[in-house]
Design a protein around this ligand. Structure first.
Ligand SMILES: [Zn+2]
Length: 349
C-alpha cells in the first residue's frame, strides 16, 4: 500500500484526502513506475479540475488521484521496457498522445486528436508511486534537484515551443507578460539562456522583488498606461521583436501592442481574459507582424528542452517555491487565489 491524495468529488481543496491504503500500481507493457519526489502543482490541470471546472473536470473519473508533471526515480518497468531504466532519476511530462493521428505523424503531438493528460485521463502523481508511459519519462542531470526538474517538466516544453514560434535567439528583444508566473518566468529565463534581451512585465508591488532577483534586462509594470512608450524607449524606438503573452487580457494587449516592432511576433499561450482583443489587421500586414498560438510543446521540443538543461539551462531558485505535499490543501488555496509566485512544487516526504 502507499500514501496518495484521492478525491471522491469535485469541490474546495479539502475534497483531497491523503490516504495510506491506496494499492501501489504495477506497470503494464510500455509503462514504468516512478517513485514520486516532487510534483508541479498546475493551476488549470489540477487546481481548477479539482474545483470541478472545465476543460479538464468533465474528463475525470471519480475517485481520482490528480497530479500532472512530476519528478522522481524509476522504480519498476513493464515487461517490454529496458530494465536498466530502474534507478534512473527522471522528469515526467503529462501529455498523452496517440502517435498515429494526422497531427502526431507530423510531429505535432500537442494537436493530437485524442490529446490527454496524466492526472486527468489516468491516475496522476499525487501519490508515492505513479505508473506512466515510458515515452513521457526523461532522464535528468545528476546536479538537478527533483523540485526544479518537476518545474521544468511543467513549463519548459511549452516555453521552448513559445520561443521557437517567436523566433527568439541571440539579438532578439523579447517582452514576457506575466513574467513572475510559472510559465512566464521559465520562458523569460530560457530566452536569456538563448542570448535574447529580456523585458519582464507583470503587476509589480509584491512581485517586483521576485522579478528583480531573476536574470532579466529590465522590469516593467503591466498596469502602466505608458507601457508601450517605455518598451520603445528601451529599444531605441525599434520596439520588441517578440511578445510572449500567457494572459490574454484586453487592457494588457492595448498596453503592449504599439510596442511590437516591424517584423514582430506575438505568441499567445493563455486567454484568462473574457473580453475580446481589439484586432486591427492593417498594422499587422503593413509591418509584417505575426500572431501565433502555442498550446504546449511537442515531443521534439520537450526533448530539446532537456538538451538545454544538459547544456546548463537552469531556473532561478526564486522562481520555484517548494512546499511539503502534506500541505496540499494550502498549496491549492494559494494557487487558486493567485497568492503563489513562480511554480509551486509539492515535495513528497
Ligand atoms: Zn495523435
Amino acid at each position: 500500500m502507499m500514501r496518495a491524495w484521492v478525491m471522491e468529488r469535485f469541490g474546495p481543496p479539502d475534497v483531497l484526502q491523503l490516504r495510506d491504503d491506496v494499492p501501489i500500481p504495477d506497470p503494464g507493457p510500455g509503462e514504468v513506475r516512478v517513485r514520486v519526489h516532487a510534483i508541479a502543482v498546475a493551476r488549470t490541470k489540477d487546481v481548477a479540475m479539482r474545483a470541478g471546472n472545465p476543460p479538464f473536470a468533465p474528463r475525470v473519473s471519480l475517485p481520482h488521484t490528480p497530479g500532472t508533471e512530476h519528478a522522481g526515480i524509476v522504480d519498476a518497468v513493464g515487461t517490454d521496457v529496458d530494465p536498466d531504466r530502474v534507478g534512473t532519476r527522471v522528469a515526467v511530462s503529462a501529455v498523452l498522445s496517440c502517435g498515429a493521428c494526422a497531427a502526431c505523424v507530423r510531429g505535432h503531438e500537442e494537436a493530437c486528436a485524442t490529446f490527454g493528460l496524466i492526472g486527468v485521463d489516468r491516475a496522476g502523481s499525487y501519490g508515492e508511486y505513479v505508473v506512466v508511459p515510458v515515452g513521457n519519462v526523461h532522464a535528468i542531470p545528476d546536479g538537478l534537484s527533483f523540485t526544479h526538474a518537476a518545474s521544468l517538466a511543467a513549463n519548459g516544453g511549452v516555453a521552448r515551443a513559445q520561443l521557437d514560434a517567436g523566433g527568439v535567439g541571440p539579438g532578439t528583444i523579447v517582452a514576457v507578460m506575466g513574467a513572475a508566473g510559472a510559465l512566464g518566468s521559465t520562458a523569460a529565463t530560457l530566452a536569456k539562456h538563448r542570448g535574447a534581451t529580456v523585458f519582464a512585465v507583470d503587476q509589480l508591488g509584491r512581485k517586483k522583488d521576485v522579478l528583480d532577483a531573476l536574470p532579466f534586462d529590465a522590469v516593467f509594470d503591466g498596469g502602466d498606461p505608458d507601457l508601450a512608450a517605455q518598451l520603445r524607449a528601451r529599444t531605441d524606438g525599434w520596439g520588441v521583436d517578440c511578445v510572449i503573452d500567457n494572459l490574454g487580457l484586453a487592457p494588457l494587449w492595448a498596453g503592449y501592442r504599439p510596442a511590437v516592432a516591424t517584423l514582430g511576433r506575438i505568441v499567445v499561450s493563455g486567454a484568462i481574459g473574457r473580453d475580446p482583443i481589439p484586432m486591427e489587421l492593417l498594422p499587422f500586414y503593413l509591418h509584417s507582424q505575426s500572431l501565433l498560438g502555442v498550446r504546449t510543446g511537442n515531443i521534439g521540443q520537450v526533448r530539446a528542452l532537456w538538451d538545454d538543461v544538459r547544456a546548463g539551462f537552469r531556473l532561478a531558485d526564486s522562481a520555484v517555491v517548494a512546499r511539503p505535499w502534506t500541505d496540499m490543501h494550502e498549496v491549492h488555496a494559494m494557487v487558486e487565489e493567485g497568492r503563489s509566485v513562480g511554480q509551486t512544487v509539492a515535495e513528497v516526504g
